[in-house]
Design a protein around this ligand. Sequence first.
Ligand code: ZN
Length: 279
Amino acid sequence: MLRTLMMATAKAALLSLAIPLSPVWGQNSTIITSTSLGPSGPSGGAGAVSEKNSRSGLLIDHLSARKLETWKSIEELVFAEDKEKQPLHPTLRSMWEWIETSGHKVYVEFMDPKRSSTSTAGVFSIDKVDPRGESHSSVIRLNLFNIDHAAMPEIAGEKGGFIPFSQLNGEERYAEVLGHEMAHAIYILSNPERTSKIFDNVETTNQILLLSNVDRSRGQRPSDMDMRKRITKRDEILLQLEAVAESMEKQVWKELVKSKAIRRKMAGDAIRSAFDGKR
Ligand SMILES: [Zn+2]
């Protein structure tokens, strides 16, 4: 039987990996929980639907027709090729293809800016773990409004020349955040032992934290020492997850910046040849 996990709250469940936007992008709070994940993620009706039809990969059932258009333009960017038919964004493309063939479900949703934290650009979370490890159900949420309005740090600082979103616009930025969240998905879903370890350390600690708040209100307190150890371990794991996702995001960003001139030239050539054809 599949296990349903509680979705994140501000200080509770932490297996919800969010990208915070600047001015503290990627600094001390590289991993934050999403405070508002919308009323009905895959934890609602979608989980049951997906079990019936056993589809997997990136699932876009939750996107409205208008949002689907945006998603299609992100997809086109991910799969863009140069004149020699070589992928312009091999990192994004390979991550996308991995998810598509993984057997896992990764729903895609665009967050309602009114219902989400202003500091969140994207979130990856798992809502059902398949004990066989074959088909976990998870979701990637992108907050397009926050991504569009993100302020950028003036200097790259510790990120070795990487300034998130720098030189990128619109779909390019969405694709960068998608890359970060897909990296989380792949790292967590690709190894059954890792999935279990992350769940045991992160989810269990969060559940205990939740329960300890209740106990405290009843005058009982869990051992502070034990709790501190658990939280330290959980935060170590979360930092490790963030480091992996950030290094992939940096690679995605590099490829998007590098391909800009090629894409611009190809678009110009296409327009010119369309006009030439009409002469
Ligand atoms: Zn992250």
